[in-house]
Design a protein around this ligand. Structure first.
Ligand code: SAM
Length: 218
């Protein structure tokens, strides 16, 4: 599968999704097939979101690349991810921030979180990624403040707790908009204690972020 991974990464570079050597290296290092159900592993290197059960998906590789590039990650960063899924995106981010950094990732569906833990252990990313079961819209105050926070599910508006848990100078990236797969990826920078600057990064399609500061559960 390594050949297919190399081909996909090359394609993402040519399409301009991967722009830096560190994102390229991280996506070459993480075996996407280990982060999906066995019955669909043959499709691991298609640039598509794929179903992982419970109505959820593993994000498309180009989306993982876009988020990793836009976050402007550096070694040693303290990161919070909302929406672990099966753990792929967190593994890619952890490769970039290295052993001096850490990714805390929150998943609201316990069976997905358990599977993510297993997957991350298998690929050896478990030392740098901690999976937490819970409502990610509340953030993770125990390990705040964070250099970067990103969401892989879309919220109706930016959850207040996440803004509060961002370091000054830090960045938050989250899909925002309608519940039905038409959203904008929004980047918010914390300028000072209570000053934030936001910009749109373009249209995206994500599953809804369900929680106290997200969409209500049906
Ligand atoms: N990061 C994943 C990957 O690597 O492919 C993407 C997973 S999927 C697109 C988004 C995930 O967000 C789903 O697993 C969903 O259960 C989860 N989710 C939705 N609302 C959440 C919330 N409030 N807190 C934590 N997880 C949430």
């Amino acid at each position: 599968m390594m050949d297919q991974r190399e081909e996909l990464v090359e394609k993402l570079c040519n399409q301009g999704y991967i722009r830096t050597e560190k994102v390229k290296k991280a996506m070459l290092n993480v075996p996407r097939e280990e982060f999906m159900p066995p019955e669909i592993r043959a499709y691991a290197y298609l640039d598509r979101p794929l179903p992982i059960g419970k109505g959820q998906t593993i994000s498309a590789p180009h989306m993982v690349a876009i988020i990793a590039e836009k976050l402007k990650l550096n070694e040693g960063m303290n990161i919070l991810e909302i929406g672990t899924g099966f753990g792929y995106n967190a593994a890619v981010v952890s490769e970039i921030i290295g052993i001096s950094g850490h990714v805390y990732t929150i998943e609201r569906i316990p069976s997905l979180a358990r599977k993510a833990k297993e997957n991350l252990k298998k690929t050896g990313h478990n030392h740098q990624v901690t999976v937490i079961i819970g409502d990610g819209t509340l953030g993770y105050p125990e390990k705040a403040p964070f250099d970067r926070i990103y969401g892989t599910a879309s919220a109706p508006k930016i959850p207040q707790p996440l803004k509060k848990q961002l370091k000054i100078g830090g960045n938050l990236i989250i899909p925002m908009g309608s519940e039905n797969y038409f959203q904008e990826l929004v980047s918010v920078q914390r300028i000072s204690e209570d000053e934030f600057k936001s910009k749109d990064l373009g249209g995206v399609a994500f599953v809804p972020m369900i929680g106290e500061y997200g969409w209500p559960e049906d």
